[in-house]
Design a protein around this ligand. Structure first.
Ligand code: COA
Ligand code: AMP
Length: 633
């Protein structure tokens, strides 16, 4: 089948298309109903199906005689460790850890927060939670205690699973004090914390509350898979929205398994036995879908890499891993390749490695800028696919679906809508825009399987945030255009979400932190262009009347506050004191205008502005500091 037919089938006859994809996975009860409207008035996929995602990821492969095949490769240049797990070995660890969780009272539907570095125990914990039909919520290690506390209060976990430390390049970062701090801050109190002690740091354990991973595993009785409904939640993954409160994206079991299984073949052309490497983190959606679930559902081998693209030890790291494990597909964020290019512009390292196993390089997380596309293409001589997706969708909305048909590439475009996604560009009033005209990108409902089922504990926020703006559509929050050959170009966000080194962050959340400083009257955080990280946040702050504080000192204090409240991952390093913020006459900050300044674009100053000279001041200050160059008023 070619791409055009496949896409047409998927959007014109989604029931048939997805029921036939559902045939590809091993259900306990095979679904007959493709989808229905649930109590929330939203679509549920395969409502009559039952399954267990951990069974699909592990047990089924062992039962079909593939127990000796490699499931997981752990490669950690920061600890000089390499370890392989066959499907049978991984299943044994997961079964036993599920037993540990069960002994602690974890049951179907309970939540378990996992705050761990990139070690096999993180994957084992995720799969063990899924095995019990419970719901995991993995929190990225770069988030501070306060962020973890917010997630504890929202997800209300029975248990927390953590490790004694994470390792960032040369630095050892203690995790346990962060977890203890978060539990102290949170109103909800979990009943215990399971700690994996790493040799680099021994966390001090409270015998009343903490449980040592290794000793608990020694005593554990393995637990079996608990069947769940297709529509039962598998995980909650928090992502940044426009407000300070992160959104808990809820993923179901059945739709997720069917969609990921399909995507492994259709998008990535990966089959059982192939090696797939997503150089991301288990704390992000890419890690959930393509370090853990996708490759394992397919019976492939996945690589868990605890290191950076550069500095661990050098800019040859990606190429070394590809050669060593015969990686067929490499998936990373463009920022990672920009980091490699910065260190090794002539790609001297690549010559030392055999990349013959590598079929395709996929990039996502942010727009793949054409210079990075061309550089990577040139130095690797491999097809490069930019594909676009979101935490909410869980798998690519647009891609060059090389498993269906390899289409010509257009640098700057994330290719065409993936089968299952009916992508449209809409005007503010919801009219479909003609080809080559920019607008809001929306997806016609129903969304395919695998996309978010709701926002945890706040279905209204889901409806308001995604479904209300354009009735009948899911609003992506991205804008862009579709050209006359159907290629989609994502140009940026329409809201206050920014993308820093492939990490999605809320400027609203940073604003809340800045505003809590005693000297700050008002503020706005914008994402300015950055050569390495794509965007970096900059705070524009207005001092309270009569407050005198040296700008540099204030900047240092604000940086420290953001690190403490949100975490180092925010990469908040710059703040400017301004006299005014551009506002409408009714006093609303002109955020779109600020976004245009930050993007270094020509400005369209609206007539509703109260004081146009506020714009001149900000532009001049930002130019002085080299944050923007071209923007003109
Ligand atoms: N635990 C604790 N701290 C963490 C962390 C973790 N898991 N991950 C990142 N941090 C810290 C970093 O140490 C850094 O701290 P610093 O300000 O004290 O130096 C800060 O958070 C910012 O991290 P990062 O944005 O990763 O910057 P970096 O300079 O360390 O590395 C890149 C730059 C480009 C190499 C790196 O960002 C990268 O590989 N990005 C790819 C992102 C990705 O995979 N995204 C997923 C979507 S596909
Ligand atoms: P996240 O939820 O962290 O995956 O971030 C999703 C957001 O990142 C999207 O809404 C886009 O703004 C951006 N993004 C992800 N992939 C791409 C891509 N290939 N091209 C352009 N933007 C992207």
């Amino acid at each position: 089948m070619n791409y055009k037919n496949e896409h047409q089938q998927s959007t014109e006859h989604p029931e048939q298309f997805w029921l036939s994809q559902a045939e590809q996975i091993a259900w306990y009860t095979k679904p007959i109903i493709p989808f229905c409207n649930n109590d929330n008035g939203y679509v549920s996929w395969f409502p009559d199906g039952t399954l267990n995602t951990c069974y699909l990821a592990l047990d089924q492969h062992v039962e079909s005689g593939k127990g000796d095949q490699c499931a997981l490769i752990y490669d950690s240049p920061v600890t000089q460790t390499k370890q392989k797990f066959t499907y049978a070995e991984l299943l044994s660890h997961v079964g036993r850890f599920a037993g540990v969780l069960k002994a602690q009272g974890v049951e179907k539907g309970d939540r378990v927060i996992i705050y761990m570095p990139m070690i096999p125990q993180a994957v084992i914990a995720m799969l063990a939670v899924a095995r019990l039909g419970a719901v995991h919520s993995v929190v990225f290690g770069g988030f501070a205690a306060n962020e973890l506390a917010v997630r504890i209060d929202d997800a209300k976990p029975k248990l927390i699973v953590t490790a004694s430390c994470g390792i960032e390049g040369q630095r050892v970062i203690e995790y346990k004090p962060m977890v203890d701090g978060a539990i102290a801050l949170a109103s909800h109190k979990p009943t215990g914390c399971i700690v994996y002690q790493r040799p680099q740091v021994a966390a001090s354990l409270n015998p009343e509350f903490d449980i040592d991973w290794v000793s608990a595993m020694e005593k554990s009785e393995p637990a079996d898979c608990v069947p769940v409904k297709s529509t039962d939640p598998l995980y909650i993954l928090y992502t940044s929205g426009t407000t300070g409160k992160p959104k808990g994206v809820v993923r179901d079991n059945g739709g997720h398994a069917v969609a990921l299984n399909y995507s492994m073949s259709a998008v990535y052309n990966v089959d059982e036995g192939d090696t797939f490497w997503a150089a991301s983190d288990v704390g992000w959606v890419v890690g959930h879908s393509y370090i853990v679930y996708g490759p394992l559902l397919k019976g492939a081998t996945t690589v868990l890499y605890e290191g950076k693209p550069v500095g661990t030890p050098d800019a040859g790291a990606f190429w070394r891993v590809v050669e060593e494990y015969k990686v067929k597909v490499l998936f990373a964020a463009p920022t990672a390749f920009r980091a490699v290019r910065k260190e090794d512009p002539n790609a001297t390292f690549i010559k030392d490695y055999d990349l013959s196993s590598l079929e395709t390089i996929f990039m996502a997380g942010e727009r793949l800028d054409p210079p990075t596309y061309h550089w990577t293409r040139e130095v690797t001589n491999k097809p490069i696919v930019d594909h676009w997706w979101q935490t909410e969708t869980g798998w690519p909305i647009c891609a060059n679906p090389v498993g269906v048909e390899t289409l010509p590439t257009k640098p700057g475009s994330s290719s065409v809508p993936t089968p299952g996604f009916n992508v449209q560009v809409l005007s503010e009033s919801g009219e479909q825009k003609p080809a080559n005209t920019q607008g809001a990108i929306a997806i016609k409902l129903p969304l395919p399987p695998g996309c978010l089922a709701s926002i945890w504990g706040d279905h209204e926020r889901f409806v308001q945030g995604y479904l209300s703006e354009f009735p009948g559509y899911y609003c992506t929050g991205d804008n862009g255009y579709i050209d006359d050959e159907g290629y989609v170009f994502i140009m940026g966000r329409t809201d206050d979400v920014i993308n820093v080194a492939g990490h999605r962050l809320s400027t609203g959340e940073m604003e809340e932190v800045l505003a809590s400083h005693t000297a700050v009257a008002e503020c706005s955080v914008i994402g300015v262009n950055d050569k390495l990280k794509g965007q970096i946040p900059v705070g524009l702050v207005l001092l309270k009347n009569g407050v005198e504080i040296e700008e540099q000192l204030l900047e240092q204090e604000l940086i420290a506050q953001v690190r403490e409240k949100i975490g180092p991952v925010a990469s908040f390093k710059r703040a400017i004191v301004v006299e005014r913020l551009p506002k409408t006459r009714s006093g609303k900050i002109l955020r779109k205008l600020l976004r245009q300044i930050a993007a270094d674009e020509p400005l369209a100053v609206p007539s509703t502005i109260d004081d146009p000279s506020s714009v001149d001041e900000i532009v001049a200050l930002m130019k002085q500091r080299g944050m923007v160059q071209q923007v003109t008023v």
